[in-house]
Design a protein around this ligand. Structure first.
Ligand SMILES: NC(=O)c1ccc[n+]([C@@H]2O[C@H](COP(=O)([O-])OP(=O)(O)OC[C@H]3O[C@@H](n4cnc5c(N)ncnc54)[C@H](O)[C@@H]3O)[C@@H](O)[C@H]2O)c1
Length: 379
């Protein structure tokens, strides 16, 4: 009989659904000593919380997250709220001795992130941040190939994350669904929202980032604010491009915008090494492109590896070779790895401390964009 892990979820939006699905699916595909139990969901609106609880099978609701994190029957708190609440909720949850699964970015800035790390480390509670792209099998395979030394010395890292949903100047900022445009709730624009994913993947695959030089732009300077009813200055970055140098000597180019007409969620990266290159595209997430210069010249070329075989990361637990999986499984994998970490005692990453590194890079990017200067990470 599996041990119960009672989940208390805060927030029931996009990520609330993605994580709930992860908790429901993980035990079906990744047997574990622990079984997540959807114990409670917290949301301010009782009717909406009840509807969400009934859709996903949560046993109870709370309308105040503070009550949820204090409940003795909750083992793990899952933070799926806008970014400005991550720090306060995590610190309170840690104080109550709860394990914490926190959405990304870890915090509004590294200072908050430091306090969150201190809180979970003092409480000694397992913690993880939902940088889920690490657990797309093709991305995990890229990590294996790099760690095996298949690429040799790495020269270049290139990543973009493009969207096009905020181009209209009529779009308001703030409140449900549009909190991402409100600096007070989001902390930053594309840097914390989209580039944070690219940075987490990059650090995981290619090691620490030493320094950056960045530029940002806010194309629409004022928007109606849903919470105040007034037209207010926009405080987020609509677009950001930055150059970076990794500790291993490789160079990087990162770009993100919500003004790339035609792109909904185009996250791609490419890594060029001495012997081989790797490329990945979220729109075709079950494929990994690989070029190896050591292949015989007459058949050398980019291969598109269909990441569905049983010896590829996570895939033996799914269907049969040739049948692919999708976006939602990255969350299932994160739940499975978190449950495994409770059995083995080896933390599943990224922990809060790992995610703080990404936060530091984001802070350096935003600082560099303000000053125009090359900025060392953590300076
Ligand atoms: N890992 C990923 O790929 C990914 C994708 C999207 C969002 N995110 C992150 O997940 C978090 C949530 O984003 P989302 O897209 O799910 O947003 P969302 O707007 O869809 O949902 C946010 C939820 O938080 C709730 N909420 C807000 N204030 C609250 C409060 N005081 N008490 C309780 N609930 C409150 C809202 O009612 C809503 O249910 C953000 O930190 C975001 O950056 C991560």
């Amino acid at each position: 009989m599996a041990k119960r892990l009672n989940i208390g979820m805060i927030g029931y939006g996009f990520m609330g659904r993605a994580h709930s699905n992860g908790y429901c699916q993980a035990p079906h595909f990744f047997p574990s000593e622990y079984r997540p139990v959807l114990k409670a969901v917290a949301a301010r609106d009782a009717e909406k919380a009840k509807a969400f609880a009934s859709t996903w099978g949560y046993e109870s609701i709370e309308t105040d997250w503070r009550k949820l994190v204090a409940r003795p029957d909750i083992d793990a708190v899952d933070i799926c709220t806008p970014n400005n609440l991550h720090c306060e909720i995590a610190i309170e949850a840690a104080r109550n001795g709860k394990m914490i699964l926190c959405e990304k970015p870890l915090a509004m800035n590294a200072e908050e992130g430091e306090r969150m790390c201190a809180a979970v480390e003092k409480a000694g509670v397992p913690n993880i941040v939902w940088y889920n792209y690490r657990r797309v099998p093709a991305v995990s395979l890229a990590k294996q190939l790099i760690d095996e030394g298949r690429l040799g010395r790495i020269f270049h890292y290139r990543a973009v994350f493009l969207q096009d949903w905020t181009i209209s100047s009529d779009l308001p900022q703030g409140g449900a669904a549009l909190w991402r445009l409100d600096a007070a709730a989001a902390g930053s624009g594309v840097t914390g929202d989209l580039l944070a994913h690219c940075i987490d993947t990059a650090i995981w695959l290619n090691g620490p980032v030493d320094g950056v030089t960045a530029m940002t732009e806010t194309f629409v300077k004022e928007r109606m604010h849903n919470l105040t009813g007034r037209v207010e200055k926009v405080g987020i970055d609509d677009a950001c491009a930055f150059l970076a140098r990794f500790s291993n000597g490789s160079l990087a180019v990162f770009e993100s915008t919500r003004y790339a007409r035609g792109h909904k969620a185009l996250y791609t990266f490419e890594i060029n090494g001495e012997h081989a290159s790797i490329a990945w595209d979220l729109h075709d997430l079950h494929r990994l492109s690989y070029f190896d210069h050591r292949d015989a010249s007459r058949t050398r070329g980019w291969r598109s590896v269909h990441v569905t075989d049983g010896d590829m990361p996570y895939m033996k637990n799914w269907w049969v070779p040739g049948l692919q999986i999708g976006y939602e499984q990255s969350f299932v994998h994160q739940v499975a790895d978190f449950l495994d970490s409770l059995s083995t005692g080896t933390p599943a990453g990224p922990t809060f401390r790992d995610a703080l590194e990404t936060q530091r890079v984001c802070d350096a990017v935003l600082a560099s964009a303000r000053t125009g200067a090359w900025t060392r990470v953590g300076a």
